[in-house]
Design a protein around this ligand. Structure first.
Ligand code: MEV
Length: 296
């Protein structure tokens, strides 16, 4: 049995694809996978192209043939898909670990990371590696150009956040990355987000939640074209309530933009206010979770 958490991006989505720093935290929600022998009549692993791709990768690495017809995978997820919460990376990490475990092979985080990254390229097209990194390592970390560094501050882990659902994105992460790639002002906007991210990280390391910088980050993401009308409407309502909010993850244009990350220093007030929105909300701590499997 393996478990890997989902994630939020505090700052740096999209700009991380262009080599800038991102700050990510693991969620307590995540994906569990158990691999058992036997072939079920309806084997979801065969039906789902992403899972098929992950199992082919396992086959190659383990040098074992026909994994998809040998194993039954029991996958349970508490993470909504297409919502910016790292579900595809968490599925890959949980499945790969459970399959390796079934064949008696232990995978260190260092060995698991490139496999999750490879799996993710299937859905992302051009993954920066940020999602695979936080899902595999857990906690809160800074990620830049393939290098992950744990955040040297427990300030974030002590805060309470609300994840407010703006609806699942119609577009895949890869499609949203492509929207940014074709944006006429991409270079300037990405550089601006990179600078804002540096400032956000510095403030958080000093134990301050950088309210106006987070707002600026969101406005730059909106200018990049990754925030849909539904998410923008909820975020403006939150801002009017005095709650700091931004999209987290790839975003979405035509329907929802996934979950919105919302913070207020008073967690009781935060809870009361987000409840007034009448949309699905998760109240959570960040950065307190790590993946696990049977050998731990
Ligand atoms: C997706 O969670 C984050 C993006 O920056 C894509 C990536 O980093 O690969 C949009």
């Amino acid at each position: 049995m393996s478990f890997y958490p989902g994630k939020v991006i505090i700052t740096g989505e999209h700009s991380v694809v262009y080599g800038h720093k991102a700050l990510l935290s693991a969620l307590s929600l995540g994906v569990t996978c158990d691999a058992e022998s036997g072939l079920e009549l309806v084997n979801h692993a065969i039906a789902d192209p992403y899972l098929k791709h992950i199992l082919q990768l396992c086959s190659r690495e383990l040098e074992v043939r026909d994994i998809e017809t040998t194993l039954v995978l029991k996958i349970t997820s508490t993470l909504p898909a297409k919502s910016g919460l790292g579900s595809s990376a968490a599925v890959a990490a949980a499945v790969i670990t459970a399959v390796f475990e079934y064949y008696g092979r232990h995978l260190s985080s260092a060995k698991l990371y490139p496999l999750v990254l490879e799996a993710e390229q299937y859905v992302h097209g051009r993954s920066s590696g940020a999602d695979p990194s936080i899902v595999v390592h857990g906690g809160s970390l800074l990620f830049q150009q393939g290098v992950a560094t744990p955040l040297e501050s427990d300030f974030l882990a002590k805060q309470t956040f609300a994840l407010v659902d703006s609806g699942a994105a119609t577009e895949s992460t890869g499609e949203m990355v492509a929207v940014v790639a074709h944006h006429p002002e991409r270079e300037a906007l990405i550089v601006a987000i990179g600078a804002v991210s540096e400032a956000i990280v510095s403030q958080l390391q000093q134990g301050k939640y950088p309210v106006s910088l987070i707002r600026e980050n969101h406005l730059l993401l909106a200018r990049l074209g990754v925030v849909g009308a539904a998410a923008q409407d909820i975020i403006e309502q939150l801002w009017r309530m005095g709650i700091v909010a931004k999209i987290t993850g790839a975003g979405g244009k035509t329907s929802g933009s996934g979950f919105i990350l919302a913070w207020h220093e008073d967690s009781v007030f935060l809870r009361e206010q987000v409840n007034r929105l009448g949309v699905s909300t998760i109240i959570t701590q960040l950065g307190n979770n790590r993946g696990k499997h049977n050998e731990n």
